[in-house]
Design a protein around this ligand. Structure first.
Ligand SMILES: Cc1cc2nc3c(=O)[nH]c(=O)nc-3n(C[C@H](O)[C@H](O)[C@H](O)COP(=O)(O)O)c2cc1C
Length: 353
């Protein structure tokens, strides 16, 4: 119990820091901090049982070969958004795990209900009575080769209702390919991975789980697509890191970085951006969120394709420097780039080769 207390205190301090609104001078605040009550309302407004891709998501997912089921549980809506984002990229059915008792606020009174549910499971993980009841809906697992679990983290463990689901159905997942996607505010997910393996002992787990922090949920589509492609694309299928960039009737080739940012960019293609003019040396477009790892660039050269502030794509056609960016890639031949981009706003199409 004292261990739980330490965890609770530690995360409560963290959660205050992470979930409180960030200051307005932060250049990239990401999605709004999660307020459970509000998010629940948003879910209701947009609720189709979590079975439909969200607005603006691609509608024609790739076929995956075997049949895939995405099983998700969500208290404040993040796992639901992640499950929907993944399902916009792949052909998969979805199953929502729902607590039998509706309307519980697991976060109320300093997370009292959530933490006592986790404490009960920790105390006796082998007893069915340690797990909170879930709605008795059969997920018909026999029809699926692959199950992707999307769950929040609670006090470093897998959220209690998802643990209930896996305690009940884990043995029916023997021999199936199991993927794990975990969302937390800040805590690492290694204990959740252990929970999954304890509850699905015969599952064939993918080599990497995907961790999406609450602040990254806005990028869930690119993060889940990049993870899924990494896990499921045949090893011998070369994945091109080259893209074609078309502007002003001319086409250019860009080499994309072999990085988290580069892969997330590729996962969004094809994409046409209406890019604005700045300083006579760059075209830019906000609204494309990608993972960032900024560093300061003293020298920028024509053809540099950069990410600014985590959600702004910048294509340089003249020299610059002195700001922080994350490199997305680089155009290989820039001889007529400036004239093709022109002096004002321009439509630029990016496609995979
Ligand atoms: C009961 C409870 C306990 C939580 N414990 C942690 C924690 O220990 N560490 C952490 O980083 N986040 C913790 N969180 C935050 C959630 O993991 C995070 O907000 C997640 O994105 C929520 O996913 P959901 O919207 O699908 O419910 C906790 C949330 C709840 C409700």
């Amino acid at each position: 119990m004292s261990f739980l207390r330490i965890l609770m205190t530690g995360w409560a301090v963290l959660s205050t820091a992470v979930l409180c609104p960030v200051s307005s001078c932060t250049p990239d605040p990401g999605p709004a901090p999660v307020t459970p009550g509000k998010q629940d309302q948003d879910n209701k407004d947009n609720d189709e049982g979590g079975q439909q891709p969200g607005p603006g998501e691609p509608q024609q997912p790739e076929a995956t070969g075997g049949k895939t089921l995405v099983v998700w549980y969500s208290f404040t809506g993040n796992s639901k958004s992640i499950a929907n984002a993944l399902r916009s990229h792949i052909a998969a059915d979805a199953f929502e795990v729902q607590p039998a008792e509706e309307g519980l606020d697991y976060a109320a009174n300093n997370y009292a209900i959530g933490s006592s549910l986790i404490a009960a499971i920790r105390k006796d993980p082998s007893s069915a009575s340690s797990y909170p009841a879930i709605k008795d809906v059969d997920p018909a697992l026999d029809g699926y080769d692959t199950v992707i679990i999307v769950t929040p983290l609670w006090w470093s463990q897998m959220a209690a209702p998802m643990q209930s689901f896996l305690f009940k159905y884990g043995s029916k997942m023997a021999g199936k390919t199991i993927g794990l996607i975990v969302t937390s505010a800040s805590s690492g997910i290694s204990e959740v991975e252990k929970d999954a393996k304890r509850l699905v002992p015969q599952g064939k787990f993918l080599s990497e789980s995907l961790w999406i922090r609450s602040s990254q949920v806005g990028s869930a589509a690119s993060l889940t697509a990049a993870w899924y492609d990494r896990m499921f694309k045949p090893q011998n299928e070369p994945s091109s890191m080259k893209v074609t960039v078309t502007a002003g009737g001319k086409t250019f080739t860009a080499d994309i970085e072999d990085s988290e940012t580069g892969k997330a960019f590729l996962a969004k293609l094809p994409m046409t951006l209406e890019m604005s003019e700045l300083n006579g040396n760059e075209k830019y477009c906000y609204g494309v969120s990608l993972p960032r790892s900024d560093k300061s660039y003293d020298t920028i050269v024509p053809g540099d394709l950069m990410l600014y502030s985590g959600d702004c794509i910048v294509l340089f056609y003249g020299a610059a420097g002195g700001y922080s960016y994350t490199r997305i890639g680089k155009l290989t031949d820039v001889s007529s780039l400036a004239s093709s981009l022109g002096k004002g706003s321009v439509s630029v199409k990016f496609e995979k080769q």
